[in-house]
Design a protein around this ligand. Sequence first.
Ligand code: HAM
Length: 430
Amino acid sequence: MFIQVPKGTQDILPDDAPKWYYIENKIREVLTKYGYQEIRTPAFEYTELFIRGIGESTDIVTKEMFTFPDRKERSLTLRPEGTAPVVRAYLENKMGRASKVVKLFYIGSMFRCEKPQAGRFRQFNQFGIEVIGTKSPEADVEVIMAALEIYEKLGLKNLEIVINSVGCKKCRVDYIQKLKKFLRNKKDLLCLECVKRYEKNPLRVLDCKKDSCQKIMETAPMITENLCPECKLHFEEVKSHLDDFKIKYQIDHKLVRGLDYYTKTAFEIVGKGLGAQNAIAGGGRYDDLVEELGGKPTPGVGFAAGIERMIMVMNQQKINWPKPKCIDIFIVKVSEENKDTAFRLLQKIRNSGLSADLDYSNGSLKSQMRIANKIGARYTVIIGEEELSKDMVTLRNMQTKEQKKVKLDGNWEDLTPREEIHGNYKNKRY
Ligand code: HAM
């Protein structure tokens, strides 16, 4: 029995890898246009970062983290999300000194020990952006627009934006009191999980997915009706900018999200018809997080999006994946005696900027041609005794089947214009 991938993880196989770099290229293209710079943080951090950043009583911290000690018994955790690490890096590298507003993006694997199901993995990939250093509601809207533009450029349709305001430290305290008062004599009707939430994190009762809890919460006081003037104005401005750009959204008073750092704006982008795991992106403002992680009070806003879920939507919506670039030239040896010549020629062609390969398995002429077809080679160069004695080889166009004799030390650069190795996807020739 061979060893299999751990539960909740998956291989990205060569057939699928081009989809990933196509998506990643689009993300980089759009976010660079919006003025974001890429940051790469480690895959693991000290556990304390997530306890303080995400919140002690959140599902992520209480039951979903992959935590392990290092050799000196310091507790480390595989990052379950990217915001706390980015804020840690922002503080550690004093990024706020160089510019007041810092705009960062990241693409990488996150790890959560959840029950795997469609669209929910234990290792999954997110891209995300964080704007640190501005309170401006325009930044909240920019973040949403950047996400939408990436989805639009990739051809995703039928997405819905759901927004809410979760208030700030000040107004939330009063709201939580009201909510607790409302729930006090209904505790028996709540699910077991929500009874715990009532004590530790009552806001989370709002977005419990169980029917019984949802029914109770229908008549619960709404957070948006209990915002302080500053949070109320902020929410109004965010909505007004969205209206201005004709971006459609739904307000969901129950949207509170699973991470404790949110203040004011919280939002999700959901894919219609995706089932239970329909959130393809989520984010919001986190005006207290920098301070909670030891910095000066500094506001922030951002979002993260699941790439696997995005690919699920793209496949579901039958979006055409651009074809990746195939090999330019496959070298075919008529006899194994020509293998040294073939090997030298292979490298010469590669040095000229074309992609080239040959078969190392001593296969027959027929099997080498089969490989060339299978990998979609544009040309084959056939090395046969007779031609070789005249320092010539045969060049075969695999599409037109035309063949001609060319010089062995000919100018291969003239054959075809050089293209980027990682795919000029607009090129439909292949
Ligand atoms: P989140 O809502 O926990 O937010 O995750 C963002 C997105 O990551 C989700 O909408 C979903 O697409 C994807 N995702 C989450 N968990 C899984 C999973 N187990 N399997 C597959 N995909 C998953 C955050 O992570 C925040 N850091 C977002 C943020 C950035 N807020 C402010 N800045």
